[in-house]
Design a protein around this ligand. Structure first.
Ligand code: NDP
Ligand code: 8X3
Length: 252
């Protein structure tokens, strides 16, 4: 029987690239995200191209009841999840803390931390019952360092780093692997979302150097997931060659 991966935030960027790569490797997929139309067209494409089965679940990870209902309403056979990729996340704004927008803070904390926890609680419950599974959390260089005006986004990704370490301890008796993947700059819709649709400002983030692309991160996730069962990749920090850390670039 084919393995199953649940990917949050599969409608774009890193999540979408993971969906493609895992489907190419024969995984059946549970794809989630808020944009139903994108989930539907991605599911149709992957089903047609790779002949894998896809379940779509459109919900907002910030909504605890929606997470609960959507996951628990999956047909029982879809609960045998082998890999959970906690990828849904975002940044909103780039402001010094004294000028920060409190609504932006709530959105980031509710999505990147609480949403990840809501999904993890349910899926890890199923995994512990089967005594197997692999959870991959998408952190960030922003979870390893802080940078000017990154305050709350950085705090949420530091939380993802801490939670990944904590999950590794709590889930140890059940043989569940936990991997944290921390990318530097990846050109996706991330900056357009951060700057609330300002395409020019978003484009400028990736100007003058070669950023990572979503497929680079999917490739690293696949590496971690495809190791033999006795090997766990705890933590990976993946940067563009032209980015040394959160603040230093080699731009032309
Ligand atoms: P994208 O904006 O391209 O993708 C983000 C995904 O998250 C979308 O599929 C979006 O789906 C989903 N999402 C956002 N909010 C919610 C929500 N409330 N409920 C459900 N799904 C949600 O960005 P990336 O692919 O770059 O981001 C993926 C992850 O990688 C994020 O956690 C991000 O923080 C992290 N990351 C990104 C980096 C980068 O430079 N791009 C670097 C380091 C980490 P929808 O809108 O349909 O709900
Ligand atoms: C996304 C990368 O540097 O904008 O996590 O925080 S950064």
């Amino acid at each position: 029987m084919s393995k199953i991966a649940l990917i949050t935030g599969a409608t774009s960027g890193i999540g979408e690239a993971c969906a493609e790569l895992f489907a190419a490797n024969g995984y059946n997929l549970i794809l989630t995200g808020r944009r139903k139309d994108r989930l539907k067209s991605l599911a149709e494409k992957l089903n047609k191209t790779y002949n894998v089965e896809i379940a779509e679940a459109a919900f907002d990870v910030r909504n605890r009841n929606a997470v609960h209902d959507n996951l628990n309403n999956l047909p029982p056979e879809w609960r045998n999840i082998d890999v959970l990729i906690n990828n849904a996340g975002l940044s909103q704004g780039l402001d010094p803390v004294h000028e920060g927008d409190v609504t932006d803070w709530d959105t980031m904390i509710d999505t990147n931390v609480k949403g990840l926890l809501y999904v993890t609680k349910i899926v890890s419950g199923w995994m512990t019952g089967r005594k197997k599974g692999h959870i991959v959390n998408i952190g960030s260089i922003a979870g390893k360092e802080v940078y000017p005006k990154g305050n709350v986004y950085c705090a949420t990704k530091h939380a993802v780093d801490a939670l990944s370490q904590a999950m590794r301890i709590d889930l140890l008796p059940y043989g569940i692997r936990v991997t944290a993947i921390h990318p530097g700059a990846v050109e996706t819709e991330f900056s357009e979302v951060r700057f609330k649709g300002d395409k020019e400002r978003a484009k400028a983030v990736y100007k003058g150097y070669e950023p990572l692309v979503a497929a680079d991160i999917a490739d690293a996730i696949w590496y971690a997931v495809s190791r033999p069962p006795h090997v766990n990749i705890n933590d990976m920090l993946i940067m563009p060659t032209a980015q040394a850390n959160a603040t230093n670039w080699n731009k032309k």
